[in-house]
Design a protein around this ligand. Structure first.
Ligand code: HEC
Length: 120
């Protein structure tokens, strides 16, 4: 289910953040930390101008898919979250997980390392 959307100007991307039932239930109930089994996925596309209606921007080519999976035992060293990144359906950069966690920990440690809020 959709959690929210984002627009990033640096990489010029449109993003959609979706979550599984465990994540959505925790969002709706305002439960933190997220329970084990919660999964959040960020889908990203290049931000392109519509050829059919100029003021509109639409998804262009897909860029990356990023995943966070909550398993407090397995990923205890990164706040209970496992981080993964995929390009063209293939996993990339196993070593990058600390980078992922670093930025999420710096920004939203008090929100269980999750930036996106449920869209009102
Ligand atoms: C420099 C900071 C930074 C780094 C590094 C980073 N993220 Fe994020 N991430 C964000 C921000 C900000 C958002 C929310 C806005 C957005 O979606 O663009 C976000 C959102 C997410 C979301 C949606 C849930 C949430 O927390 O909002 C997932 C899943 C995610 N990132 C996974 C990853 C993964 C996997 C990596 C490493 C490959 C990673 N992130 C690296 C800043 C970062």
């Amino acid at each position: 289910e959709l959690v929210g959307v984002a627009h990033e100007t640096g990489l010029d991307e449109l993003r959609g953040i979706v979550g599984n039932a465990a994540a959505i239930e925790a969002y709706r109930a305002g439960t933190l930390p997220f329970p084990d089994g919660a999964i959040l996925v960020k889908l990203a596309w290049k931000h392109v101008q519509s050829t059919e209606f100029e003021p509109a921007f639409v998804p262009g080519p897909a860029t990356t898919v990023q995943v966070m999976v909550k398993d407090s035992k397995r990923y205890s060293s990164t706040g209970g979250w496992g981080f993964g990144r995929f390009i063209d359906g293939r996993p990339v950069d196993e070593a990058q997980h600390q980078t992922c966690f670093g930025c999420h920990a710096a920004g939203v440690k008090q929100h269980d390392f999750v930036f996106t809020r449920l869209a009102p």
